[in-house]
Each structure stands twice: as C-alpha cells, then as structure tokens.
Write a protein that binds this ligand. Structure first.
Ligand code: ADP
Ligand code: ASP
Ligand code: MG
Length: 403
C-alpha cells in the first residue's frame, strides 16, 4: 500500500467538532493508503503560549521558548488520535522526540534534516494511524526545537520526502491557493496548478497559505503538494514541477507583506564602502535587509539611502545604526506604514511590458511607489499600507486574474 501524508492546520483542528471532521477525512484516506498525519496546534494556542513567554520576559530563553510553544501540537494530536480510537481505528499520537525527528540550526528557526523511519514504518504495517506533532523536532543535544511559525507545512513535506509518499495533502481553511488572498479580495480565483517556483515567491512575499521553507523543501525533493480545505470537498490546488504545467497567464498571483518597515538615512557621505559599513553590522546581528535604494547624489558629496527590514527588527536596527561610528548622516527616519506588493509569474520572463503595466495601473490609482525590486519571475513595489487593497484590486484587474 502507498503512503500519503496529511497535514491539518490550526483552524482545521480548532474545536473538538472540527477534530471529529478531521478524523472522518483521515478515515476516508485509510481505505486506500497508509496514512501519516501531521497536525498543528488548535488555532490560537501557539499565540497564547508565545504571549505567556512574553509575560515572563521580553528576552525569554530561546530553548525554553521552543519547549513551551511546541506543546500546543501535543494537545491536538492526542485529541485526533483519541477520536480515531473512539471510531474503532488503531491510532496513537507521536511527539517529535519519540520518533525522533532531528533538526539542525538555531532554536526557534531550526530545519528538519532527518526523520527516523523505523518505528513509524512498523506502526503503519500494523495498520496504525500515526498522528505526529508538526512544527518541531530535537537537536543533537536532545533538546526540543521548533522550525518557525507555520512550520507544520514543512514537517509534513519532510515526512512525505523521507517516507517517499505519493503526495502531501495540506488541509487548511481555504480550498486552495488563489491568485491573491481570497479573504481580502472577493474576485480572487483559485489556481488549479502552480509551480514550486511561483509558489515559493508567492509564499515568501506574503501568501500565508504555505510556509516558504516548506515549498523550498518540496521543490528540492520533488514532492507533489495538494492544498485543500477541511471544510469543503472542493478540489484544491496542486503545487508541482514546472513541466507539468501549461499556463497562458503572464501573472499567476499577487502577494503582499504586512510586517515590513522602511529605514531612511538622509545625507549619508557618498563614498565607496559606505553601504557596506551600514549593512555589515546589521547582517552580523541576523537582520535581513530586503529592498534597497540609493538616490543619485546631487552634489557628489551626500546621498540618501533607503532599505526595508522586518518590523520586529526595527528597535535593534535603530540601536545598531546609532551606535555605528563608521557612518555619518544628517537624519534617520523609520516608517512602519509600508507594505510590499508583488506580482509573480513565470510568464513575465517572455512577455515585455509587464513592469510598465504594473507601474501605470498603480499611477492611475494615484499610488506612489517608494522602492522597487525585481527578479526573473516577480516585481515588488513598496507602497503606503493604506493603499494595499486598492493596489491589489487594480493589479488583479490589469493582469486579468479574475478571468
Ligand atoms: P493553517 O492554519 O491551515 O496553516 P494559514 O492561516 O496559515 O492556515 O493559511 C491559510 C490562510 O492563508 C487563508 O485563510 C488565507 O487568508 C491566507 N492566504 C494568503 N494568501 C493566500 C492565497 N494566495 N491563496 C489562499 N490563501 C491565502
Ligand atoms: N502551531 C504553529 C504555529 O502556529 C505551527 C503551525 O501552525 O504550523 O505557528
Ligand atoms: Mg499555516
């Protein structure tokens, strides 16, 4: 019998009624497959745990944070298993260290690098349904680790990889990947098939429906991923290799971020090495600088430098810049009211004029573009947060995504 991996997100296991529905979905697959289940914590539970850690300290220990926030998954897995046992199935919950799932990297941001297969395989052979805690593992010191918010997507894809599963099905609260967030734009259209490359860009640029690392793992390991809803039986979206896709659209999707901040240094000395002096200490402190723009110096002496970071890094960034003795500037400005809006599509590689059409349709809405960045399959612009809905709606129309 073939193996299938099913992942259930927070809303899908949000109440005991939802968990009963999830058990029914699992039971259906069990008729045809050996089923491995990965579950998130019930919705809201991980956030509550994080808030508790903040009440103890703003600098709560990273290793204890992982022990704390990983506990939500234990609860939901036991509830799913309990319900399956109730229905007469052979099922048990597995906590990451019992398997074990091995990770590497820092606490809070580890990555799964190995999964021990023996116990799960023999359990599957006995007809059991393992319900496994997502979002976590153990490191080489035998300590509990977590793999970043939304990490159960990556846990499921790594299980599909190690167990050579036929596919990995991600059950969530929307019935697929849409041209843009369907909860924000009513005319968003479901995408039937999307390439890893486009999905990775959409996820990295803000489409919460899949965690970006999970798509990197799926692409590397060639795992077919189906995204569907645990609330309806509608067909979902397949995330797969480019060569399986025939697509006539220039743009596949539009994403936007909600946690960017803009930093501007006014009147910086315009001389070689200055940008390096600004960015080196930021990178040494693990602050990820994203979009960068430097104005042309009018007098040859001074210039303005603007860049974006994650808004949670704002305080740290401010401190680092103010303490940096290697740079001089006239003023330092921070702006949290920004959002990066991106259009994504492999079709733009072969289609001229996409940039122009994007900028023109934003201009028609009187939306000012603050910073621009591009890659082969995406164009991103930084705009004022208040214009995001208007921008997405205009771009959605311009590139005929509602058709
Ligand atoms: P889960 O808890 O199941 O992991 P998430 O909340 O992480 O679910 O992801 C699902 C949400 O992603 C949806 O409710 C939707 O609002 C959001 N989303 C953002 N962009 C998209 C998109 N392009 N397509 C579908 N959903 C999207
Ligand atoms: N429960 C974790 C979170 O909320 C992991 C997940 O949902 O995938 O981030
Ligand atoms: Mg998620």
């Amino acid at each position: 019998m073939k193996i299938i991996v099913l992942k259930f997100g927070g809303t899908s296991v949000g109440t005991t009624d939802r968990i009963k529905k999830v058990a029914k979905i699992i039971a259906k697959y069990k008729k045809k497959y050996h089923v491995i289940v990965l579950s998130s914590a019930m919705s809201g539970v991980t956030n509550n745990l994080i808030n508790l850690s903040k009440k103890i300290s703003k600098n709560f220990s990273d290793s204890e944070y992982d022990v704390l926030v990983s506990s939500g998954e234990q609860m939901s897995c036991a509830l799913i298993s309990g319900e399956l046992i109730n229905q007469g199935f052979n099922s048990r919950s597995w906590i990451s260290w019992q398997i074990p799932i091995n990770t590497e990297g820092k606490y809070k941001f580890s990555r799964i690098n190995k999964i021990n297969k023996s116990k799960i395989l023999s359990y599957l052979k006995q007809g059991g349904i393992p319900i496994i805690t997502g979002f976590q593992g153990i490191n080489n010191k035998n300590r509990i680790t977590t793999i970043g918010r939304g990490g159960t997507d990556a846990s499921a894809i790594m299980f599909a990889t190690f167990f050579n599963a036929e596919k990995c099905v991600i059950y969530t609260d929307v019935d697929g990947v849409y041209s843009t967030d369907p909860n924000k734009l009513k005319s968003a259209k479901k995408i039937k098939v999307i390439s890893y490359e486009e999905m990775l860009e959409m996820a990295s640029l803000g489409a919460k429906v899949m965690q970006p690392h999970s798509i990197q793992d799926a692409r590397l390991n060639r795992v077919d991923v189906e995204v569907r809803s645990s609330f309806t039986d509608n067909e979902g979206t397949l995330i797969t290799k480019k060569k399986n896709i025939i697509n006539s659209k220039i743009i596949t999707g539009i994403s936007n971020t909600t946690n960017d901040a803009k930093v501007t240094l006014l009147g910086v000395r315009d001389k070689p090495g200055i940008a390096a002096s600004i960015f080196k200490p930021l990178s040494e402190n693990s602050i990820n600088v994203d979009m960068v723009v430097q104005n042309i110096s009018a007098n040859g002496k001074e210039t303005d430098l603007t860049f974006t970071i994650k808004s949670e890094d704002l305080t740290k960034t401010k401190k680092i810049i103010l303490q940096n003795k290697k740079i001089n500037f006239r003023d330092l400005i921070f702006d949290k009211n920004v959002s990066k809006v991106s259009i994504i599509g492999v079709g733009m590689v072969t289609t001229p004029g996409v940039t122009y059409r994007m900028f023109q349709s934003l201009a028609k809405q009187k939306i000012n573009i603050q910073v621009i960045s591009t890659s082969e399959i995406k164009i991103s612009v930084l705009i004022n947060k208040k214009n995001v809905r208007k921008a997405i709606s205009a771009l959605h129309k311009e590139f005929k995504l509602n058709k």
